[in-house]
Design a protein. Structure first.
Ligand code: NAD
Length: 281
């Protein structure tokens, strides 16, 4: 029987800690505010944006939201980002992805001041992670490190297999596990013998984006299994990239979906926002 890693509880603990930290900074006259830009009205993005606003309110930092129509030009968006970069009272800037197809996402991300890039997507922040320097780290992988640490899963010296090499999850995840002294294997859609490689993992982190792809035969007995995937069926029921019922009896610890990795992303976004206050301490 695996220990169920409770992401909801851990994320609530982190937000509570941040709330207290923010209150102390405020006593010193420090403020922070997150500006969130959404282009178009994708329903899933609207939910995320609303949750981010709520989290800002909860921990006690400001939030500004910019809801731009779908037909906004790239130039207009870049102009707004430049204005927010220049505003001292705005400490964090987040552009909700995906953007409409007429916009170049890379160009938009690069326009954000790296010192305000709380999503950790700017090439300067990604580069800092690669060479072990300070910078904002992508929220979902940073949240997974917190989940592991706060659940007592040992990382140093363990073999971690990451499935997926996306810029927002797989790659930064592998780099963070390396920073924590794990031995890291990164696998992807062209990997051969995926099952055999996964079976060697002490920590298996799954970010494939394929519903219940990982079955019992990918998992070594006693492994910690972290499921990043989120899939919503026609009845609004959520599931992950891992077949939970098969993995749970084998694993020593496992994240459920929902209630595992999901809630951590927003907690770590808030942590990055508070980092802008710590930086000026
Ligand atoms: P992505 O589609 O960008 O990347 C998927 C990766 O999986 C690719 O690198 C690909 O090489 C690899 N892959 C695909 N098929 C494979 C196969 N058969 N064998 C091995 N590797 C394979 O996805 P992403 O943005 O990294 O997201 C992955 C999942 O995590 C999605 O379900 C997404 O919804 C979810 N997600 C969750 C959170 C969260 O907060 N919990 C955040 C981001 C993404």
């Amino acid at each position: 029987m695996a220990k169920i890693i409770d992401g909801k509880k851990i994320s609530a603990e982190i937000k509570e800690e941040l709330k207290q930290e923010v209150a102390k900074f405020k006593e010193q006259g420090k403020e922070a505010a997150l500006a969130v830009i959404q282009v178009g009205n994708d329903p899933a993005s609207s939910v995320y944006v609303r949750n981010k606003k709520r989290a800002c309110e909860y921990i006690g930092i400001g939030s500004l939201s910019y809801e731009l129509p779908e037909e906004t030009s790239e130039e207009e968006l870049l102009k707004l980002i430049a204005d927010l970069n220049a505003k001292q009272e705005v400490s964090g800037i987040l552009v909700q992805l995906p953007l409409p197809s007429h916009m170049d996402e890379d160009k938009v991300i690069r326009a954000i001041d790296p010192a305000k890039d709380v999503d950790g997507f700017h090439p300067q922040n990604v580069g800092a992670l690669v060479i072990g320097q300070k910078g904002f780290v992508s929220c979902t992988p940073a949240g997974i490190i917190e989940l592991l640490k706060r659940s007592g899963v040992e990382i140093a010296g363990k073999h971690c297999v990451v499935i997926g090499r996306s810029n927002i999850v797989g790659k930064p995840m592998a780099l963070l596990m390396l920073r924590e002294n794990a031995t890291v294997t990164v696998t992807h859609s062209k990997t051969q013998n995926l099952k055999e490689i996964c079976k060697q993992a002490d920590i298996l982190i799954v970010a494939i984006g394929k519903k219940e792809f990982i079955t019992a035969d990918y998992i070594k007995e006693g492994a910690a299994v972290i499921d990043v995937g989120i899939h919503r069926d026609e009845n609004n029921k959520l599931s992950g990239d891992v077949k939970f019922d098969e993995a749970e009896p084998l694993a020593s610890a496992i994240t459920p979906v929902p209630g595992g990795v999901g809630p951590m992303t927003i907690a770590m976004l808030m942590n990055n926002c508070v980092e802008t206050m710590r930086r000026d301490a």
